[in-house]
Design a protein around this ligand. Structure first.
Ligand code: FEO
Ligand code: CA
Ligand code: CA
Length: 633
């Protein structure tokens, strides 16, 4: 290990803001990383801040990893529970039953389960009120049903469908803290049985027509809602991720089509069993129902009567989130990841410009535009800091081999089978693209590639932005569009970080990049958000065993990075067995809402009530500074 004073001038030659070697990574006295201002090491700041590291952007002390069944935060921060699974949204609504005895009708008016991505919508003209639109991704049958097993009846399936989707709630500031407003007329559930309209190029296509809907434009429900997006015209985007898990077949010998196989259907339906009690999910009877899911749904949270809309121009795959950006000429861009091993990164660019004067005029903006998939080159050979070039390939019917000869008769078919189309144009197979975010400071785009234990197999070559075989830790890819214009079809990329375990794998690629230390290490970056000052918040959904390859990492957690220096500090650790996912700030940046999903999925948790043998409940928490200051500063 080299200490600061041992550094030679030659050590600096290869340093850039993001290419730092492991000079002091294991140093107990230097808990975080080197500070770099431009290419210079700031010794005085380093000495002055000791354990705190030296990024001027990060104003808190890195906290230790933890396996405790609680929320851990830096000194001076506090958290409270905003809302938990099962809480009634309306005045006099059915109370949560911790023994799984709530009915499906109860669940339809209660906060959904397994909260994931969320967005805050400030209330016009009232800084003390806002709406939160929050995804409900999944459910845990151990707690959803009194019998604790997979659904046993049509009513059970209805309750499971009611537990997923989206919850829209009003929140208001009371004193220092933001609280849920039970009974607000804005409170609303959109779930797996809510009527939803289909729009865009695939609306009404034959492949979307079913016995229940001969029009192909009226779908029941959205489910497996992972992460999210938000438009400047005041709408929420909810992303349907693992939809294939909800389908099965009563025909054990069913021969699935190449498209069905590519999306990953199975006869058994991943133990969800909906098809056994609701034939809508039986692929032997209603195969087109599958094509009606795997989309991004746009919701107007300010109009509780509005019908959500599935926007087919954004493509069909296992959507993670929807990151909004704007081209230099004022059109909307949506960056999207497809979270499965070896799948792709996409972007949509609207045909028309955003109407800033009249938000309602943008209501169909996401129905017309161009759809692209990313291709990254092998880059250079710098193992600590891979970087290279890339391009966006348009997925348009008639171009780039997307023709009838290859099975695509229209743009609708390109969008419905986006994965097959992207393979035809040789898009780059990625290590499970999760969230994408766009820096408010410089417009660079960041994407978590959460992990991929099969990289190196299954036709997924090692290299470029996916540099490790058997990638169990994940990395964060970053790129800059040519001319700093999100309309560009060329980009330059680098890896912002490569997660790893420098204690277990010193000297190996599994140690991670230079900004990963024994003090801040984590695995499987998933959620992300920038705050207004440009801090990058990173949320994890990884192995929380705290042993073997993951020893020293503890429970899932949230970290905060300085994008310029690359320094990373651990800010929060979640309770046992949870995933930390979903993040949103109040406009004043003084309250941070974070999702604690499925506590106790592994191990035993009693979060959030901490009663002996209490039922663990997914919840949104609100974090603030005891002095009322800006989070993270
Ligand atoms: Fe729902 Fe890929 O996380
Ligand atoms: Ca995720
Ligand atoms: Ca994940």
């Amino acid at each position: 290990m080299k200490l600061l004073d041992d550094l030679q001038s030659s050590d600096f030659e290869n340093l850039t803001q993001l290419s730092r070697r492991r000079f002091i990574g294991a140093g107990a006295a230097c808990g975080a990383a080197l500070f770099l201002s431009g290419n210079l090491l700031s010794r005085s700041v380093m000495a002055a801040t000791a354990n705190a590291g030296s990024s001027a952007l990060l104003g808190f002390v890195n906290i230790a990893a933890s396996t405790a069944d609680t929320i851990s935060l830096p000194a001076g921060y506090t958290s409270s529970v905003l809302i938990s699974w099962g809480q009634p949204l309306h005045t006099g609504g059915p109370a949560f039953d911790p023994h799984g005895k709530n009915t499906a009708s109860d669940q339809e008016v209660q906060f959904g389960d397994s909260n994931d991505g969320m967005s805050l919508f400030a209330m016009p003209d009232d800084e003390n009120r806002a709406l939160l639109a929050i995804n409900n991704e999944a459910t845990d049958y151990r707690f959803l049903f009194a019998h604790g097993k997979a659904p046993q009846s049509a009513e059970d399936v209805r309750k499971a469908l009611a537990s997923e989707g989206v919850s829209i709630i009003e929140v208001e500031r009371r004193g220092q803290s933001w609280q849920f407003v039970q009974g607000s007329p804005f409170n609303r559930r959109i779930h797996g049985n809510t009527p939803i309209r289909v729009s865009g190029p695939a609306a009404g296509h034959d492949w979307l027509k079913t016995a229940a809907d001969s029009s192909g434009i009226e779908v029941l429900g959205t489910f497996q809602n992972c992460a999210n997006g938000q438009t400047p015209w005041g709408t929420y985007l909810t992303c349907e991720e693992n939809f294939t898990d909800c389908f099965g077949s009563s025909d054990a010998q069913q021969a699935f089509t190449p498209a069905q196989q590519r999306y990953g259907v199975s006869v058994e339906s991943e133990d969800i069993n909906w098809h056994q009690h609701n034939e809508r999910f039986d692929l032997a009877k209603h195969p087109n129902e599958l094509n009606r899911h795997g989309w991004i749904v746009e919701i107007d949270p300010f109009d509780p009567q509005s019908v959500p809309v599935k926007r087919t121009a954004l493509g069909r795959f296992k959507h993670e989130n929807a990151a909004f950006a704007e081209t230099k000429d004022g059109r909307a861009v949506i960056y999207m990841g497809d979270d499965e091993r070896g799948e792709f990164i996409y972007k949509f660019i609207s045909r028309d410009k955003i109407n800033r004067k009249n938000p309602k005029a943008n209501k169909d903006l996401l129905d017309n535009g161009s759809f692209y998939v990313a291709q990254f080159d092998a880059g250079d050979s710098d193992k600590n800091h891979p970087k290279g070039h890339g391009s966006w390939i348009e997925l348009r019917h008639g171009k780039n081999g997307l023709t009838a000869a290859n099975g695509f008769n229209s743009q609708a078919e390109v969008l419905i089978n986006a994965r097959l189309a992207a393979s035809i144009v040789n898009a780059t197979r990625m290590d499970r693209p999760e969230w994408i975010v766009v820096s408010p400071i410089d417009g660079k785009v960041y994407c978590t590639l959460t992990n991929n234990a099969k990289r190196g197999n299954e036709g997924q070559p090692v290299g470029g932005p996916n540099p490790r075989a058997h990638n169990i830790y994940g990395q964060i890819l970053r790129w800059r569009e040519a001319n700093d214009d999100h309309a560009s079809t060329a980009l330059v990329w680098d890896l912002f970080l490569i997660a790893g375990n420098p204690q277990q794998h010193a000297g190996s690629p599994q140690a991670g990049s230079g900004n990963i230390t024994a003090q801040n290490m984590f695995n499987s970056p998933d959620g992300m958000s920038f705050d207004a000052a440009g801090r990058l918040w990173i949320l994890t959904d990884g192995d929380s065993s705290n042993s073997g390859d993951f020893a020293g990492m503890g429970n899932n957690q949230m970290l905060c990075a300085d994008p310029a220096s690359g320094e990373i500090r651990r800010f929060m650790v979640g309770p046992v067995g949870c995933e930390v996912t979903g993040i949103s700030f109040t406009p004043d940046q003084r309250t941070l809402f974070v999702g604690i999903q499925h506590p106790g999925e592994k191990g035993t948790s009693t979060f959030p009530d901490y009663q002996p043998n209490g039922t663990p409940r997914s919840s949104v928490i609100a974090i603030r500074r005891e002095d009322g200051g800006i989070i993270g500063s």
